[in-house]
Design a binder for this molecule. Structure first.
Ligand code: RIB
Ligand code: CA
Length: 317
């Protein structure tokens, strides 16, 4: 499967694995993806930093990608205590996958230092955060000069019409560290944002998992077990849907085939003060303010093409 819009710019994936982070990484790291991944940086979110970094190393090991350096980052939000999501992802953060301690090493360089170094030395770099934005915000605060060198920040986070998945008015990644999100969304950098509005339009269903199982490969078997674990049932039960959103995979799908998504240019502001609406993404969808429209907000996706792309990448192993 050729990807007509595959991005050629160098990439840093910043994540909190998490099953959907795992699928996003597996797609990106897959043989023939053509993506230029310079580093994977890890942030606390779905579970502790220690488990998220072990999970990131395990995923890269499963993909046979010992060439991609993995760096551990922030273990807590900028101001709030860490809130995790073990009830969704399991106590190890990857319910359904057999957990092991990979030989693949963690880099000694901290994630924020790596992000700053790569932004300063690599032209046209793209950041792809799929967890709380603590690492990205810390890098931007410590090294404001990098904002001008970042080509695009491709974010999984936020919600407009879909309201929230951790509170009635906030999506998890933004809720966990709204102060970091404010720094990133206020930064003078182009942002492409995949919130619940679009991730809830691409729900993986049993027929898709049957196709992954039918691949009859080690990767296919592992992902089938993961996609048939309690993780898959959590959102179905919560939202009463017949499928499960694979939120973070939208970022990689965009990098590979941007034209399966449609976008609207908007401004996004983050609620950081209210206890009731902490982490709310205030999306200026109808241009009611003169704030800069520096976010491409994903509004729709061709779900069939999305899953063809996902299964094609999984089949590449
Ligand atoms: O709200 C969904 C997001 O929160 C995903 O990135 C998931 O992995 C969790 O981090
Ligand atoms: Ca995530």
């Amino acid at each position: 499967m050729e990807y007509s819009a595959a991005i050629s710019r160098p990439l840093i994936f910043d994540c909190d694995p998490g099953q959907d982070d795992a699928i996003s990484l597996i797609m990106a790291l897959s043989p023939g993806s053509g993506l230029d991944i310079r580093a994977i940086t890890v942030v606390a979110g779905n579970t502790s930093l220690a488990k998220c970094q072990r999970n990131a190393r395990m995923i890269a090991d499963m993909c046979g990608r010992t060439d991609v350096p993995i760096h551990a980052g922030c273990d807590a939000p900028l101001k709030f205590p860490l809130a995790t999501a073990e009830e969704v992802h399991g106590v190890e953060g990857l319910d359904g996958l057999e957990i092991y301690e990979p030989d693949l090493p963690l880099q000694s360089e901290a994630a924020v230092d790596a992000i700053i170094r790569l932004c300063r030395t690599v032209d046209n770099i793209v950041l792809v955060p799929t967890g709380p934005l603590t690492n990205i915000a810390t890098a931007l605060t410590r090294a404001p000069d990098i904002a001008a060198r970042i080509s695009e920040i491709v974010i999984m986070g936020g919600a407009r019409a879909e309201a929230g998945n951790i509170t009635p008015s906030a999506e998890f990644n933004i809720f966990v560290d709204p102060h970091a999100a404010k720094i990133v969304f206020d930064a003078p950098v182009k942002k492409t944002v995949f919130g619940l509005d679009v991730t809830h339009k691409a729900l993986i269903r049993d027929a898709h998992v049957d196709r992954i199982k039918a691949l009859d490969t080690d990767m296919g078997r592992r992902l089938t077990a993961m996609l048939r674990s309690d993780y898959a049932d959590y959102d179905r039960a919560k939202f009463g849907t017949a499928g499960t959103p694979i939120h973070d995979a939208c970022t990689t799908a965009y990098l590979l085939q941007s034209d399966i998504f449609s976008f609207k240019s908007v401004n996004v502001q983050i609620e950081t003060e209210s206890a009731l609406t902490r982490g709310h993404t205030s999306v200026d969808y109808w241009q009611m303010t003169d704030r800069p429209r520096d976010c491409d907000w994903a509004v729709d996706v061709d779900a069939d093409q999305f899953f063809e792309l996902m299964i094609d990448r999984i089949a590449a192993y």
